[in-house]
Design a protein around this ligand. Structure first.
Ligand code: UDP
Length: 298
């Protein structure tokens, strides 16, 4: 709720709080459906794995049905997790993935894969103008401090002077996309004509190890007294992840424009301004970043 508060009084905005696992009845016409539902952080989606799976399967089916009823275009927020712990690097959309279908990540990975299958079945049959974005790790202001993903964890820990938790040896990699770049990509995929009819990777191809990320966070918060602590690597944690974005470049003329060196200070500044219990002070260059960097498009 808190993230949409600035929109509350906008005449073109209405918030309906609803679990998409239950059918949604909307009486006004619908032009576009963006299905961004589902917890995306491993500890959160694993906390209720059955609900995670059902959100992706039953929930996606319900929203596809809504789109079909109104002739709306539909965008599915899929994920780099469909590639699992990839054996091909970087990951192109034609790679089928390496997913453990019985492991603790399966509720999310396999749920998102099933959701893609539903989208392409209804697209092929001409029932829904469905589009699929495969989103790689995304970060930015307005994440929940307790989200559990790497950037929010490290930033919150560093600001609070707590140990920075590194799982495994920290040499696994991720590629981090700033939220405004991702939003631009999602809108471009929804609006491109004709529908590409294939999944499209959206992410920043610049790859970092988790150790490098932790060093960047500490360098941006020099007053932090935090040290790194190494904890066990979660089961099935992917070792490397980096999108091949040539399809998005070609079809959408899309590429990220905010490098981690710019997006991370903005994210840190936002957390520093909103967190309670912060014991460290912010460096001047990070504190200058706006607390509300982007207006949501309406
Ligand atoms: N990770 C970590 N410390 C944390 C949270 C995550 O070392 O406090 C690692 C995690 O094991 C993974 C990477 O950081 O290798 C990215 O994790 P995240 O949960 O952000 O997303 P994932 O890409 O795994 O879905």
């Amino acid at each position: 709720m808190i993230n949409v508060e600035p929109l509350e009084n906008h005449p073109n905005f209405r918030l309906i709080e609803h679990d998409i696992c239950d059918l949604l009845e909307i009486t006004e016409p619908v032009d576009f459906v963006y299905n961004l539902a589902c917890a995306a952080s491993p500890p959160r989606y694993q906390a209720d794995p059955v609900h995670t799976m059902m959100t992706n399967v039953a929930g996606t089916k319900n929203l596809l049905q809504l789109a079909e009823h109104y002739g709306a275009s539909f965008l599915q927020a899929s994920t780099s997790e469909v590639y699992g712990d990839p054996e091909e690097h970087p990951q192109r959309e034609d790679y089928w993935g390496h997913v453990n279908c019985t492991g603790p990540r399966a509720c999310y990975d396999e749920g998102k894969r099933a959701a893609e299958a539903l989208c392409f079945d209804l697209y092929r049959s001409g029932q829904v103008d469905a589009r699929v974005a495969r989103i790689f790790n995304t970060y930015g202001p307005r994440m929940q401090p307790e989200d559990g993903r790497i950037i929010s964890n490290l930033v919150v820990q560093a600001l609070r002077g707590l140990p920075l938790t590194i799982y495994g040896n920290g040499e696994q990699t991720r590629s981090f996309c700033y939220v405004s770049d991702l939003v631009r990509g999602l809108i471009a995929l929804m609006e491109v004509n004709p529908n590409p009819g294939v999944p499209v990777n959206l992410g920043n191809p610049h790859e970092f190890t988790i150790n490098e990320l932790a060093e960047m966070v500490l360098a941006l918060i020099p007053a932090s007294s935090s040290k790194l602590v190494y904890e066990p690597l979660p089961t099935d944690d992917p070792q490397r992840r980096k999108p091949d974005i040539s399809r998005a470049e070609e079809l959408l003329d899309w590429r990220p424009s905010v490098p981690l060196a710019e997006g991370l200070p903005q994210t840190i500044a936002w957390f520093a301004a909103t967190l309670t219990g912060v014991t460290t002070t912010m460096p001047a260059h990070a504190a200058e970043a706006p607390a509300r960097p982007a207006q949501l498009p309406l």
